[in-house]
Design a protein around this ligand. Structure first.
Ligand SMILES: Cc1cc2nc3c(=O)[nH]c(=O)nc-3n(C[C@H](O)[C@H](O)[C@H](O)COP(=O)(O)OP(=O)(O)OC[C@H]3O[C@@H](n4cnc5c(N)ncnc54)[C@H](O)[C@@H]3O)c2cc1C
Ligand SMILES: *[C@@H]1O[C@H](CO)[C@@H](O)[C@H](O)[C@H]1NC(C)=O
Ligand SMILES: *[C@@H]1O[C@H](CO)[C@@H](O)[C@H](O)[C@H]1NC(C)=O
Ligand SMILES: *[C@@H]1O[C@H](CO)[C@@H](O)[C@H](O)[C@H]1NC(C)=O
Ligand SMILES: *[C@@H]1O[C@H](CO)[C@@H](O)[C@H](O)[C@H]1NC(C)=O
Length: 616
């Protein structure tokens, strides 16, 4: 009965949210660089995590079209000692890596939005050479048209080829060359600063014979600007995907077998529901029948939410007949309202509903226009990567996180573990979960813990051994100084991953705290820095923000810094004592220091803890 009344309450919000959406004018994402003659340019991130909410103002931006234009832009910067950063037309990376430094005078953005005219397929040699600004979807479609397939790609298609390899983006696979796209790169052109006699900038044409290639495959835009990328392809193939939503009891015993048995397998873990969804995912020959698609639910547009709302109002109490996908986006929007109430009940009800919804629609897998049953078989080009919210035209349609609709605002933590060490992390998280499963409802409303697999790589900033990557999203308040209910749980999981179990942070995601001591985790880090010094001796490609990530040093500990993950708390003032959040030890990992809600002040925070010991 409780949940019925609760649902009615939700419906109230639903109608309100729907009205908001209908009256808003959301559209495909706007260009991340906005310029005008008097104020210069602003760069924003697609989520609005910086840009609108934390500014990146730059006097000017260049929009070159060709490799030679790119070279001229870099030459201009190098000659005049202007700080530069390169950014794609998507700007989907969470850390502020693409914002140039303004503290030394002049700065300039170089966009690859128009460096997108060629996709050259070499069918005989199973390779494609593509301009760095080309979008992943354009590339995949072109390759598939030629009867070929790109084997590895991230699940999200709203990224450029240059941007995705630069941050180590990946899908999931331990087979062949593995799930990380940069391990399928066989050549690239890199535009780097040069001295006067060389015209201030030059194009390096790199392949596996060059030592620099290992640094350039994953380079965070720090070495130069990639103008072209050459990728290995395979003859076109199909995939067969089925989900098994089952008990989560044995994840830590099964994950290795799972990765070995299924070429593209992954696992989504919903801790509060004691549920794991194993993705059984293998390749099939092109002759297999099936023309399915994977239109991942989380990447469908908000319009879906609105039309769903209308249905919801009609059939409120027939939960089973809900069309899951629409409820899903909606549920996430409602979380904002619930979080401030400090109650798990609402979140847990939502988490159950969302999970049921996902089962009903198989996470967005479609045999044809809809999901009719497992397995879903389709072309590689339609099964690996999606992002239908990017193309929705008209009003009230956009990706759920679009800042213009004041949509979802969340953190994304992505931790990369050596394969064998991942089991211990899972065991610790289970201990934390078992203390109070409701604490994990918040993460289950999003996508639980998404567990994927990537192979050993020779890239200096890639993985040293076969690895397991885990991603999870959690609620973030619009206002940086507002604590989040249960934030102590996410901070403890974060510290378990990065400090206790030594995981490495994904370069394109995470909060600053995850990057503490990152240099020590990469044995080839100094080789990377050596190449950086050689190629960019004036350091024009660095900024205070990329240095912060790269150096892995904790910044100044300001009041409230732990709330946004800018520091790990060591005193109450790093949390929000005024709002009842104090610095406390972890529940399972005692060395962790987290901001926890409490009706009485802290015993830990009153002493000054030396957290440095944690990172040694
Ligand atoms: C909804 C969503 C889902 C995602 N899913 C996945 C996933 O499944 N797997 C995964 O691994 N990642 C995932 N990501 C992360 C995403 O792959 C990375 O953020 C990627 O780097 C974004 O590419 P971009 O073109 O937007 O790059 P940008 O954000 O524009 O740039 C990223 C970095 O690369 C540099 N850069 C860009 N272009 C060039 C160039 N031509 N030469 C040199 N440096 C360059 C920039 O300076 C910056 O440092 C996801 C992101 C989102 C928003
Ligand atoms: C950039 O941001 C500033 C501050 O928010 C604003 O005043 C200015 O109009 C913006 N410029 C553009 C071109 O959007
Ligand atoms: C390149 O990008 C522009 C927009 O930035 C787009 O209009 C154009 O179609 C793209 N070119 C190709 C070849 O896809
Ligand atoms: C310019 O660079 C080239 C190649 O690195 C080098 O051989 C040459 O000596 C340099 N010239 C100057 C003036 O530094
Ligand atoms: C689902 O996974 C569980 C746990 O591995 C297994 O016991 C069960 O047989 C699987 N079900 C199907 C239909 O594959």
């Amino acid at each position: 009965m409780h949940s019925f009344w609760w649902l009615l309450g939700v419906l109230h919000h639903v109608i309100w949210v729907a009205t908001m959406l209908i009256t808003s004018q959301a559209m495909p994402p706007p260009p991340p660089i906005q310029c005008d003659a008097s104020t210069g340019c602003n760069l924003s991130n697609s989520y609005g995590v910086w840009g609108d909410r934390t500014d990146c103002h730059v006097p000017s931006a260049a929009h070159p079209q060709t490799e030679e234009d790119l070279r001229l832009a870099v030459a201009f910067a190098s000659k005049n000692k202007i700080k530069i950063k390169v950014v794609s037309k998507f700007s989907h990376t969470i850390p502020k890596l693409a914002c140039p430094d303004m503290s030394f005078g002049d700065a300039m953005l170089i966009s690859t939005a128009n460096v997108n005219s060629t996709i050259e397929i070499d069918a005989a040699n199973l390779a494609v050479t593509v301009d760095a600004g080309v979008g992943l979807r354009q590339l995949i479609d072109k390759v598939e048209e030629a009867g070929l397939s790109l084997v590895a790609a991230p699940y999200w298609e709203g990224v450029s080829v240059g941007g995705l390899i630069s941050t180590g983006a990946h899908g999931s696979s331990w087979r062949g060359r593995g799930g990380a796209v940069h391990d399928h790169v066989i050549g690239l052109n890199l535009v780097v600063p040069a001295n006067q006699s060389e015209g201030y900038a030059k194009v390096l044409r790199l392949d596996s014979k060059d030592e620099i290639f290992k640094a350039a495959k994953v380079s965070l835009g720090l070495l130069g600007i990639i103008s072209k990328v050459k990728l290995r392809l395979e003859p076109a193939f199909k995939r067969s995907i089925a989900y098994n939503f089952t008990d989560d009891a044995q994840i830590e015993d099964i994950y290795m077998d799972h990765a070995q048995k299924y070429e593209f397998g992954d696992i989504t873990w919903y801790p509060s529901k004691h549920t794991a969804a194993y993705r059984y995912d293998n390749r099939l020959p092109l002759t297999a029948s099936g023309d399915g698609t994977y239109d991942f639910l989380g990447f469908q547009s908000n319009s879906v939410v609105v039309s769903k709302t209308i249905r919801l109002t009609v059939r409120a109490h027939f939960l089973a007949s809900l069309q899951a996908s629409k409820f899903y986006g909606l549920a996430l929007l409602i979380e904002k309202t619930i979080d401030s109430g400090r109650s798990s009940i609402g979140k847990c009800t939502l988490a159950s509903t969302v999970l049921e919804a996902k089962k009903l629609v198989a996470n967005g897998l479609k045999n044809n226009l809809i999901f009719t049953g497992y397995p879903v078989v389709g072309h590689q080009g339609k099964m690996q990567t999606s992002g239908s919210c990017l193309y929705s035209a008209g009003t009230d349609k956009s990706c759920a996180w679009d800042p213009r609709i004041n949509g979802l605002f969340f953190y994304e933590t992505t931790a990369i573990f050596p394969a064998s060490k991942f089991a211990d992390f899972i065991r610790d998280v289970k201990k934390l979960r078992d203390l109070k499963p409701e604490n994990f409802c918040g993460v289950d409303i999003y996508n639980g813990f998404l567990i994927r697999f990537i192979r050993v790589s020779d890239a200096y900033l890639g993985q040293q051994e076969n690895s397991v990557v885990v991603d999870f999203n959690y609620y973030r308040a619009d206002d940086a100084s507002t604590p989040r209910f249960n934030q102590d749980v996410w901070e403890e999981v974060e510290q378990l991953a990065f400090f206790k179990h030594g995981a490495k942070p994904h370069w394109a995601k995470n909060r600053n705290a995850a990057f503490l001591d990152v240099q020590k985790k990469y044995p080839n880090f100094n080789k990377f820095l050596g190449v950086k010094r050689r190629l960019d001796p004036q350091n024009i490609l660095s900024s205070e923000w990329s240095d912060e990530i790269l150096s892995g040093k904790e910044g100044a500990k300001r009041d409230g810094c732990a709330l946004e993950g800018l520091c790990v708390c060591s005193e109450d003032r790093h949390c929000s004592p005024a709002k009842g959040y104090f610095c406390k030890p972890g529940l399972v990992y005692k060395e962790a220091r987290v901001c926890r809600y409490s009706s009485s002040p802290s015993s830990v925070g009153s002493e000054s803890y030396k957290t440095d010991a944690l990172f040694d």
